[in-house]
Design a protein around this ligand. Structure first.
Ligand SMILES: *Cc1c(COP(=O)(O)O)cnc(C)c1O
Length: 378
């Protein structure tokens, strides 16, 4: 049986040309001179996409590897690290900080609201003594977008290095690592870029490299040690054999996104129309403000479980929606409308299935979801 349509916030649907690129003949990534140039080309495409002139590396492993590698390489035991936490990934970042000996100071936020830059400024005026800060751009489990363009400069002005998890925004929402003053911007292959899971990538500012090179203690680990990547091109040497086929796929996926002049506008248009459909239908969005245009989280109608709604949509309509990641106060349903999922016909299909399922469970949406969605596509 054909697998269900993935309307989840990662992995997302993968296009035919990405799948075809992945089936190309094998090369030896450690010995083939052409491969070094190819890999460098991939990093330059990512650099263009995330707005950096600095170095980008692509690591063989899922998005989480990038987060852990950044923490392992930048944090030394005892370093004070400010961890912005208003969602699952924000708290998770702090776990990596602790794992590598960092002294975590939380900047707590509300899981239903983005951080307020004025409040953050007040906090930093009181206590600016941090080596680095961790932030999450799009909190995928809630569909909340934090104002990184406003927060990162406040940190940079105080000499605090920033590590930003933009795994579920890169390619769907404009990001500008250098203009925002982000030192490490982290992404993954399987979200808005719509390549299969398996690759993490990150931009590294000169200040972040300096902090890595200045370490007194060696990095505890090999696979997560970014210093190995400092001169890979000059040495024509990779720390490990790279997943060639995954890189072929990512390269093709990057070509698609970079050639698509409408990509951000489409995410904006679809994102706001999904939210309009959900609220007009009488359902409650999880975030109260700061909605991401890549994923929408909403509460199931009272009396219904998110798991039974999702199971019905999967079994009857062969569409996979996502639930929560467990730690939220309320269980939510999530529609991922990022990357290759962010097309009107796919999102309409998901909303149609949701609408029909709610009716089957005896809940009449206050307005038909698909009609509202279509009408709201400005
Ligand atoms: C998906 C995602 C990651 C990576 O998580 P994986 O479990 O490796 O897919 C990291 N951060 C955010 C915000 C994500 O959405």
């Amino acid at each position: 049986m054909k697998p269900p349509m993935l309307m989840t916030p990662g992995p997302t649907e993968v296009s035919e040309d990405v799948l075809t690129a992945m089936s190309r003949s094998m090369v030896n990534p450690d010995l083939d001179p052409v491969f070094f140039e190819f890999y460098r080309g991939v990093t330059r495409k990512i650099a263009r996409l995330v707005g950096t002139e600095h170095e980008v590396v692509v690591l063989g492993g899922e998005g989480i590897l990038g987060l852990e590698a950044a923490c392992a390489s930048l944090i030394e035991p005892g370093d004070r690290v400010l961890c912005f936490a208003n969602g699952v990934f924000g708290y998770g970042f702090a776990d990596f900080v602790k794992l590598y000996g960092g002294q975590v100071v939380f900047c707590y936020g509300d899981e239903r609201h983005p951080f307020d830059p004025d409040e953050v400024l007040t906090l930093l005026q009181r206590d600016p003594g941090f080596k680095l800060a961790t932030l999450v751009h799009c909190e995928t489990p809630t569909g909340l977008l934090n104002p990184v363009p406003l927060l990162a400069p406040l940190l940079r002005e105080r000499g605090i290095l920033t590590m930003v998890d933009a795994v579920s925004s890169i390619g769907g929402i404009p990001v500008a690592a250098d203009a925002w003053g982000v030192d490490i911007l982290l992404g993954g292959s399987q979200k808005c870029l719509s390549a299969p899971p398996g690759l993490a990538f990150l931009s590294i500012s000169p200040e972040a490299w300096a902090a890595i090179h200045r370490r007194k203690q060696p990095v505890a680990g090999y696979y997560c040690n970014l210093s190995h990547w400092a001169d890979w091109y000059e040495r024509k040497w990779f720390p490990y054999t790279l997943p060639v086929s995954d890189l072929f796929g990512l390269d093709a996926a990057l070509d698609r996104v970079l050639a698509d002049a409408d990509v951000y506008e489409r995410h904006r248009r679809v994102g706001q129309a999904v939210r309009r459909a959900i609220t007009a239908g009488g359902l409650e969005l999880f975030p109260k403000s700061g909605w991401s245009d890549t994923v929408t989280a909403f509460l199931p109608p009272s009396g219904l479980k998110e798991s039974e709604i999702r199971r019905e949509i999967l079994e009857r309509h062969r569409i996979l929606l996502a639930g929560s990641l467990g730690t939220l106060t309320d269980p939510v349903i999530r529609i991922g409308h990022m990357g290759e999922n962010c097309w009107v016909d796919k999102v309409s299909g998901a909303l149609e299935a949701l609408d029909a399922t709610l009716r089957r469970f005896g809940v009449q949406p206050a307005a038909p979801l698909v009609d509202t969605f279509t009408a709201a596509l400005d």
